[in-house]
Design a protein around this ligand. Sequence first.
Ligand SMILES: *Cc1c(COP(=O)(O)O)cnc(C)c1O
Length: 369
Amino acid sequence: MNVPFLDLKAHHAPIRDEIFDAISEVVNDSAFAGGKYVEKFEKEWAAYCGVGHAVGVSNGTESLSLILRALGIGTGDEVIVPAMTFVATAEAVSHVGATPVFVDIDPWTHTMDPSKLENVITERTRAIIPVHIFGQCADMNAIGEVAGSHKGLQLHVIEDAAQAHGAIYKGRKAGSLSYAASFSFYPGKNMGAWGEAGAATTSNPFLAAKIRLLREHGSAKKYHHEIVGFNARMDGIQAAVLSVKLKYLDINNDKRRAIAREYARLLSDPIAQLFAAGTYSSPAYHVYAHRVPNRDTVLAHMAAQGVTCGIHYPVPVHLQPAYAYLGYKAGAFPVAEACANEFLSLPMYPELTDAQLAHVVSSLKAGLS
Ligand SMILES: *Cc1c(COP(=O)(O)O)cnc(C)c1O
């Protein structure tokens, strides 16, 4: 039996025609770059997340850097990010000229460890970017408390919610848990476009307006440029695709949650069982990462059984060559480094069948023994 890591074909089969119809409308209106379909999706996404504003942009890396720019963060500033994340979290900080400062993750949630923040806050710290890694929300209340205790610094907390569409933390949706949040709609994410797209969410109307200005060449009125901006608009076609996808997001996340509960039960994984129970939060399970000691052996065994797994992520960001200039050494962040060596991402998508799931678990168990 073959179990792919992700099956976008199966994901799109039932909604293909609906999406093609939506795209046709955009083509009929020639509303390709920004425009009314983007505005429509922005309203829907803001309402879904429970925030005042969503701004559709070209991708999730850009939405994060536009938020930082809109907050005036740049050269000489420091921004705290977790060591275990996709590189884009740190890249966005670099793009605005600021310095990423890494912090270890918590061994239970795999998100930024709030107890480690105090050690890395300096008078240059301007923002903290918790990442809802794998769709598991960071401990936003604890992080917010640390940020709030530094009154003189005006520390902004910004969620990187690129993997957390529809994830819930203490009754509230990812994207509404901080001053501003960034989403990616990269095709493989829980809510993926048919190309590249992203969005920033915030309930601050001034911040939203600033991000809008920045994404559109610094102009609110055509050919009148208030600031030096960028071209970071969302495509109308992507917005139309996303409006269709949004209708199915909760159903699909619930299927992911059911799969996660089943994995946790069959693998007797105490951490996974805790989160699958939904006590701390209700994750969106973008990735189901299981820690295994002998990963290479297990991966090879599972591949031989037709099961494709992923590794998110094999090298923590502080040890990437791109960030060597910051001088971090192996051993700096033991939890992130152990996870990088042991994380194995099991196939996780709403279309995964019961038989496939059983095959994943039996091949994993055989590989471990
Ligand atoms: C995907 C992702 C991004 C970047 O999004 P793009 O749309 O690919 O630019 C940022 N942060 C995290 C955690 C991601 O997973």
